[in-house]
Design a protein around this ligand. Structure first.
Ligand code: C5P
Length: 246
């Protein structure tokens, strides 16, 4: 059985503010894509990593990854307009011998290699679709949607107060991360059947009515979305270096 990992890295990352495509933003001087690819390549079970780069950045991403010690073969392809298109392009580029596929966001650079192996193991144990998840810590409330868009936080003074409709019980809710792992045939079928975009790959599998299981996620696998996430990631890296971990 051959396990490959796909990294969609073609997004612009506008919520982080102006600048480079998100995957190329740096943490302590190293682009987050490099950390994400290393985390996958250093997992025991992963044999190949396929990166979907921004359309105009394929050669740049190839050169970047060639200049770092990665630990497994890497293939770079051009991504697409949406994350889902980027994953689909990378899927098409997989060699025939691959039968387990992990999909991991470049925007989750600090996911531990142990998490990568745990997801891959669950697929190898017979689960067709596996996602890492964490219990929610905040109280969750449903609000009446206004047409002014979501409240983006305390810095957003444009946003009018929203009416609370209810508090949602959270014990059976999970925040889902990547890497997500799939039997290749299941993921290929799910992407082929996709009519519109889902927010994750497992969502496409659910639409086919096929089972998806959740395994324990990792706090370190958080997604870098807003500027504060960059600060948190750099603090995690400092702590890892201090404790001698890679
Ligand atoms: O923007 P968001 O945080 O949802 O992006 C998740 C991941 O999908 C990122 O790693 C981003 O680079 C990738 N992506 C992509 N192609 C797109 C849009 C996003 O590969 N067209």
């Amino acid at each position: 059985v051959t396990v490959a990992a796909i990294v969609p890295a073609a997004g612009r990352g506008e919520r982080l503010g102006p600048g480079q495509p998100k995957a190329l933003r740096t943490l302590d001087g190293v682009p987050m894509l490099v950390y994400a690819v290393q985390a996958l390549a250093r997992a025991r079970l992963v044999e190949l990593v396929v990166v979907a780069a921004p359309l105009t950045g394929v050669a740049e991403v190839e050169a970047l990854l060639a200049s770092h010690d990665i630990g497994a073969p890497v293939l770079v392809v051009a991504g697409g307009e949406h994350r889902q298109d980027s994953v689909a392009r990378a899927l098409e580029a997989l060699p025939p011998e691959v039968d387990v596929v992990l999909v991991h966001d470049a925007a989750r650079p600090l996911a531990p290699s142990e998490l990568v192996d745990a997801v891959a193991s669950a697929v190898l144990a017979g689960h067709g679709a596996v996602v890492p998840g964490l219990a929610m810590t905040d109280t969750v409330k449903r609000v009446a949607l206004s047409n002014t868009g979501p409240n983006t936080g305390p810095d957003d003074d444009e946003q009018a107060p929203e009416q609370v409709l209810e508090t949602v019980p959270r014990s059976d809710l999970r925040c889902i991360q990547t890497p997500q792992g799939f039997d290749r045939a299941v993921l290929t079928k799910a992407h082929a059947a996709a009519e519109d975009t889902a927010t994750d790959d497992a969502g496409l599998v659910e639409r086919l009515g096929l089972p998806v299981v959740v395994v324990a996620g990792s706090a370190d696998a958080f997604k870098i979305t807003r500027p504060i996430d960059l600060l948190i990631a750099e603090a995690v890296l400092r702590e890892r270096r201090g404790s001698g971990a890679r």
